[in-house]
Design a protein around this ligand. Sequence first.
Ligand SMILES: [Zn+2]
Length: 254
Amino acid sequence: MILNDDELERYARQVVMPEIGEEGQKRLCDSHVAIIGLGGLGAPVIMALAGAGIGRLSLIDDDDVSLSNLNRQFVHNTQTLGLSKIQSAAAFIHSLNPEITLHTHHQRFDAETGPTLLGDVDIVIDCSDLPATRYAVNACCIALQIPLVFGGAVRTDGQVTSFLPADEKSPCFRCLFPEADVEFAQAPSCAQAGILGTTTMVIGALQAAEAIRILIGFGESLCGTLLLYDGLNASFTPIKAQRAPDCSACGHRP
Ligand SMILES: [Zn+2]
């Protein structure tokens, strides 16, 4: 017996799956995942990972809950308006699954504090919405050799993939979005362009699924594939995501 009785009952519907079983569940319970950004993408990621029983979650965000968040950020609610997103998300997680150990960091992720924040993390999920944060997360994950699950969403469109720094064929975030990429750097924010809650739910769910896939080691990861979601036409398009040999972030890797 690997899991206790409570764990066996709480996670029964996934433990029964041959791809997971008790061993896979134990792996999830022993895992530590960092979620950077507790907004539109972070919310569904938290819901899925706390429910699935990821044992330790590090939450990193410097923002407070506002009314315009509540069309999509469903770990927050009208009662938590004005609280930090860290406090609000922690309360949600505690009510859903008190077995989860939380490490909360009410701060913006940057290159200076990153290595300390991600020191013993198994996977990082980037749910931030600022290019500067994304590049800092990418550099830190390469340096620490931590798998990084990327997601982005605006209006009805989204994209998701993962980067595995220990895999020599894996691209990194900067391979796909070099800093000179004006289109990405000037991409409209959700405040300007709008965002539908269903878009972030889809992309966040895919990010959480990718993290679970990598942690347990079943199926095929999205590494090497950028999966595009078109919510206007309800379609997914996978495109090849290749490593750029001259990438300034990972080009020096062997
Ligand atoms: Zn790269």
